[in-house]
Design a binder for this molecule. Structure first.
Ligand SMILES: [Zn+2]
Length: 203
């Protein structure tokens, strides 16, 4: 197992001193015992009406700077914040990352691919009403695509709503394989290789 370490946007409201928190994150990332391969989840979550957007933005930007300094890939959480997310990403061209459980448009995904980013799909790709994620998956190259659980959330169809776990990736992989017209084995092989390459993990 490997780890990603970062301050999630929804947790920023519990924190008091940004510099203390960033120092902790830096120490965890640099500690070999952490086996940390990624800075994340970081980003913006505008779902709830009482969200402190400037506060989330301060933590997001500070961690983008940390990722640049440590030369580590990032994992971005983007919930109903597409415009602001893209605006920050464009300002840090040296930072590379993945947009996890992607919910944006095909145009946004294509810009991210041009900027060197990966797109990751959770169980939402398999939902029977999932027109947009399927359209995105069809439009971006398979070698920029990852699959994930977002465990414990977003269990795929036909077990939607249950407690999610890694074994359920077979459903998401099956849908992605159908979209690209390849076998499940080939799709699993490519997405696994993508993950190892992206996180810099030697198989
Ligand atoms: Zn997330």
């Amino acid at each position: 197992m490997y780890t990603a370490v970062g301050i999630h946007p929804s947790d920023t409201r519990f924190l008091s001193d940004i510099n203390t928190e960033l120092d902790r994150i830096r120490q965890l990332i640099l500690d070999p015992a952490s086996k940390c391969v990624c800075l994340g989840e970081i980003g913006l979550d505008y779902h709830y009406p009482d969200t402190d957007k400037p506060r989330q933005m301060r933590y997001f930007e500070a961690q983008m700077q940390l990722a640049e300094e440590l030369n580590i890939p990032i994992c971005i959480h983007d919930r109903e914040a597409h415009g602001d997310i893209m605006e920050v990403i464009r300002r840090y061209p040296k930072v590379k990352g993945v947009l996890h459980s992607f919910s944006g448009s095909p145009e946004m995904a294509e810009e991210l691919v041009r900027l060197g980013y990966m797109i990751s799909f959770s169980g939402t790709l398999t939902f029977t009403n999932a027109r947009k994620p399927r359209e995105v998956a069809a439009r971006i190259p398979l070698d920029r695509t990852l699959i994930e659980t977002d465990c414990p959330y977003l269990a795929p169809h036909p077990i939607r709503g249950t407690l999610n776990h890694s074994g359920n990736l077979v459903y998401t992989n099956r849908t992605l394989a159908e979209i690209h017209g390849i076998t499940e084995e080939e799709c699993a092989r490519v997405t696994e290789a993508n993950a190892l390459r992206f996180f810099g993990i030697k198989a």
